[in-house]
Ligand binder design. Structure first.
Ligand code: SF4
Ligand code: SF4
Length: 346
């Protein structure tokens, strides 16, 4: 995949004030009830980006390096493969990431095969959410049997990955005070049983649906962070050559150290690239710099003209504000800060 990486750097050099990282909420429909969900107040309101709106968004974007297709549960959209093809063909998207609650294995399998019918040199990552072992996971997700279904989906994705090396497979786990022992087991399973390409950890963020859930203590996070760093060496070993693997592990080290300050209640303000490199568009047309801040506007009020909204007064003011200093543990954004401006996190 080195060729893909070189192409991505070429795309970054041509960016011209347009985001190269788009998080697109294609639907607010979801079939889970996760206590950890920070988007719960927006769920199941009947909002969904229509194909002509998606087309307008795609036309307004330049070349995209990262595209996150989100929701709700994104695989509840039957046309998810067509949406991906649109951004692959029109925006030369290089990395598409789709997080999923993995409940509907056969639907996900069909859609992933449909997306991979596009023969462009892109990488597709399916990120399966698993927050606990067995019934612990089912309880967090509010769906009996979710753990078994997630394992079935993992198996189905592994089989597709055997046939198509453009597919990669990760697990995403939300780390909180009540699931530390399970997180440790999950991290090991990712390497020993599931042959994952990566295991992401998100520290509980935003205002979760279950207000009783809490972030990990500093001691808990220190333990998890140490284990994650150790396992990083196996995930990154042999990838991008010896130096690339070492650099990626060092990046993880600096990110985890930055998150630790947050967990300890001593956050470090950094100049954030959200609203410049990255952009979020919600299923109802709201545009955000990141989901943790208020929207900068709604595309419906701009006749779906993204450029006009993105350079409007309100967006310009907020951009200045986040560039002056902000902080959080939102992995999608902090990994981009690490790539573009690593010195800010050190
Ligand atoms: S976290 Fe994801 S899967 Fe869970 S309720 Fe929220 S949108 Fe649905
Ligand atoms: S630091 Fe976090 S909350 Fe602040 S703008 Fe960046 S992503 Fe958003």
């Amino acid at each position: 995949m080195l060729s893909t990486d070189i192409l991505s750097w070429k795309q970054l050099s041509r960016r011209q004030q347009k985001p190269v990282h788009l998080i697109l909420f294609i639907t607010d429909h979801c079939n889970a009830k996760c206590g950890t969900c920070f988007y719960w107040q927006n769920l199941n309101q009947g909002e969904s980006l229509k194909p002509d709106h998606i087309q307008k968004i795609s036309e307004a974007m330049g070349e995209l390096v990262w595209l996150d297709i989100s929701g709700g549960e994104p695989f509840l959209r039957k046309d998810i493969d067509q949406i991906c093809h649109r951004f692959l063909d029109h925006n030369q998207a290089r990395f598409i990431n789709i997080p999923t609650n993995a409940i509907q294995t056969s639907v996900i399998e069909r859609s992933v095969n449909g997306i991979l019918e596009n023969k462009n040199p892109f990488r597709l990552n399916i990120a399966i959410s698993i927050d606990g072992i067995g019934e612990n996971h089912d309880r967090v997700r509010g769906v009996p049997g979710n753990y078994k279904k997630a394992l079935a989906t993992l198996e189905a994705m592994s089989a597709i990955r055997e046939r198509d090396e453009r597919l990669s497979l990760s697990v995403v786990t939300t780390v909180m005070r009540s699931n530390i022992d399970d997180v440790k087991q999950l991290l090991h399973l990712g390497v020993t049983d599931w042959d994952l390409d990566y295991h992401s950890l998100n520290i509980l963020r935003g205002k979760p649906m279950d207000p009783a859930l809490q972030s990990p203590t500093p001691e808990q996070y220190a333990e998890i962070s140490k284990l994650q760093l150790k396992l990083c060496r196996s995930y990154f070993k042999g990838r991008w050559g010896a130096l690339g693997g070492w650099t990626a592990t060092m990046g993880r080290f600096f990110l985890n150290r930055y998150y630790m300050r947050e967990v300890e209640g001593k956050p470090k303000d950094i100049s954030c690239n959200a609203g410049d490199v990255s952009c979020v568009i919600d299923a109802n047309g709201d545009v955000y710099f990141c989901e943790l801040l208020k929207p900068v506007g709604n595309l419906k009020n701009y006749d779906w003209d993204f450029d006009r909204l993105w350079h409007d007064f309100e967006a310009t003011q907020l951009r200045q504000k986040v560039q002056n200093g902000c902080h959080c543990t939102h992995e999608c954004f902090q990994t981009k800060n690490l790539i573009f401006t690593p010195w800010r996190l050190v």
